[in-house]
Design a protein around this ligand. Structure first.
Ligand code: NDP
Ligand code: BG6
Length: 513
């Protein structure tokens, strides 16, 4: 009851705070966070998850008692796991510092259990190992499913039945792909919910953990000068661009079953679009933000086949080097028509965005690596300086660019007088280059997301109705592309992609930035 609380005793606020900190410390001393990386022998675990956990440990973001377990079928000892992951841990936070000691302390907290993904018995063994290492009774358990999607449900079944925390929370981070269309995604959700509540499921989209994607809301809602322009009245079009300068080498088996639309557009780019276009949420609470995102997604106009173009890269010789085509990969069928490039024009049927083209472009094996949001503004009505631009007025419109990666930046293209006695205008950038403005290194997306999952913060994870809305938009298109066996336009490895993307943009009077 209230009687024993400091409030009832009339303690002053400072003492009250100490009292609570005291309780928290005691609680922390008696509780353990255990993180089990399922699929620990795999690529993502090694490349992203263990390094992110180490970075969090390095930054003192993990609770006092934490342990990390790797789980997979491969037969490894604790030592062998430690050797594997130690090769990818980095001292990114302070490169001058030798963080060998910290690494060793971290690795001491890492263990391994070998088991099958569908064996309740093997998960029960994991449970007893966890219990032995957990200090006190209270344990919070986080499972990270870094495995192929066909075994998600097996693992969730076994883990929830045999290795859930008895005192404390149990949460599961699920990696994409979340199905490959509306039906399979709904089926996955249904199966997961047999064992877990929606609150326990953390569907990850690592683009939401990227610094500039998180900043999108800050830019919009904490600056007076952007939000008033954020509508069809001032914005001519918006572009979401993703490109990589390498192909699907090594991941062809996975990729061929999905293609670029499922791999990048339906999730990463659409998530960014939702954040870009949503109305102001009631608050920054996870449910408020996700409610707004769902609303935008549900307001989108169905995607038409004629508003989409697809491509696939072919082999190419450049600078004396031979670059392989998509179908040269031994894990890809020779006659595959899976797109490795796609461009699409999307529209939002609401008062704010009616008629504004939202263009997406995503591709592998292109000439450069970048992820950007580009906002092209309308012409200045009755522009006094029309004649000073020459004939191409399109080149004189303002453009706001958020460069998500690499070399994070936000810049605004403005028209400016070239200094001198004449009256000549040119376009210059107001440039916020992160590297120049912020000396500390930007954390990896997985660090932010793991930290949020540990804290129970769901804002950057995908709720099931959001996922449904995203699939509803893309599923009919994907089915039509597949039923009609639409052949992708071939483009050379390392090029700018198929010209079809330019015609698609031109149809809406847009030029790609
Ligand atoms: P891997 O293919 O490396 O698989 C992870 C582990 O799962 C393997 O080490 C293997 O462990 C086990 N495994 C692999 N194939 C099978 C199978 N057919 N049946 C049972 N077990 C299998 O995957 P990644 O690490 O690359 O990715 C993990 C998850 O993360 C996937 O869902 C992927 O889509 C997603 N993802 C990956 C990204 C990446 O960059 N790699 C990026 C974004 C998402 P063992 O044999 O020891 O049991
Ligand atoms: C993954 C895709 O989700 O994102 C990959 O499956 C892609 O195909 C990757 O390469 C890109 O992520 P990032 O963070 O390197 O831009």
């Amino acid at each position: 009851g209230m009687d024993g609380s400091p409030l009832a005793k009339g303690i002053n606020p400072e003492e009250q705070e100490e009292f609570f900190i005291d309780i928290l410390d005691k609680e922390e001393a008696l509780s353990t966070l255990s993180i089990t990386v399922v699929g620990a022998s795999g690529d993502l675990a090694k490349k992203k998850i263990f390094p992110a956990l180490f970075a969090l440990y390095y930054e003192d973001c993990l609770p006092k008692n934490f342990i990390v377990f790797g789980y997979a079928r491969s037969k490894l000892t604790d030592e062998e796991l430690r050797n594997i992951i130690s090769t990818t841990l980095t001292c990114r936070i302070d490169k001058r510092e030798n963080c060998k000691d910290k690494m060793e302390q971290f690795l001491k907290r890492c263990f391994y259990h070998s088991g099958e993904y569908n064996s309740e018995e093997n998960f029960a063994e994991l449970d007893s190992k966890l219990k032995k290492k957990e200090a006190g009774k209270l344990s919070n358990r986080l499972f990270y499913l870094s495995i192929p999607p066909n075994i998600f449900v097996d693992v969730v079944r076994c883990a929830s039945m045999k290795a859930s925390s008895a005192y404390g929370w149990t949460r599961v981070i699920v990696e994409k792909p979340f199905g490959r269309d509306s039906e399979s995604s709904a089926e996955l959700t249904r199966c997961l919910k047999k064992y877990l509540t929606e609150d326990q499921i953390f569907r990850i989209d690592h683009y939401l953990g990227k610094e500039l994607v998180e900043n999108l809301s800050v830019l919009r809602f904490s600056n007076l000068i952007f939000e008033p322009l954020w509508s069809r009245n001032y914005i001519r079009n918006v572009q979401f661009i993703f490109s990589e300068d390498f192909g699907t080498e090594g991941r062809g088996g996975y990729f061929d079953n999905y293609g670029i639309i499922r791999d990048i557009m339906q999730n990463h780019l659409l998530q960014i679009l939702a954040l870009f276009a949503m109305e102001t949420p009631v608050s920054l609470d996870a449910e408020d933000v996700r409610n707004e995102k769902v609303k935008v997604l549900r307001s989108m106009k169905p995607l038409e086949l004629e508003d989409v173009i697809i491509g696939q890269y072919k082999g190419h010789n450049k600078g004396g080097r031979a670059y392989p085509g998509y179908t040269d990969d031994s894990t890809v069928p020779k006659n595959s028509i899976t797109p490795t490039f796609a461009a699409a024009a999307l529209f939002i049927n609401n008062a704010r965005w009616d008629g504004v083209p939202f263009l997406m472009k995503a591709g592998k094996a292109l000439h450069r690596k970048r992820a950007e949001i580009r906002v092209q503004f309308r012409h200045v009505p009755g522009n006094l300086y029309k004649r000073n631009f020459g004939t191409d007025l399109d080149k004189a419109t303002n453009e706001l660019v958020l460069r998500v990666q690499p070399d994070e930046a936000i810049y605004l293209k403005i028209n400016n007088k070239v200094p001198g006695l004449g009256m000549r205008l040119d376009r210059s950038d107001l440039n916020l280059l992160y590297r120049a403005r912020y000396p500390t290194e930007i954390p990896d997306a997985y660090e932010r997301l793991l930290l949020d999952a540990i804290a129970g913060e769901r804002r950057l994870f995908i709720r099931s109705d959001e996922l449904d809305a995203a699939w509803s938009l893309f599923t009919p298109l994907l089915k039509e592309l597949e039923a009609k066996k639409i052949a992708p336009e071939l483009y050379p490895y390392g090029s700018r992609g198929p010209v079809g993307a330019h015609y698609l943009a031109a149809k809406y009077n847009v030029r790609w930035g």
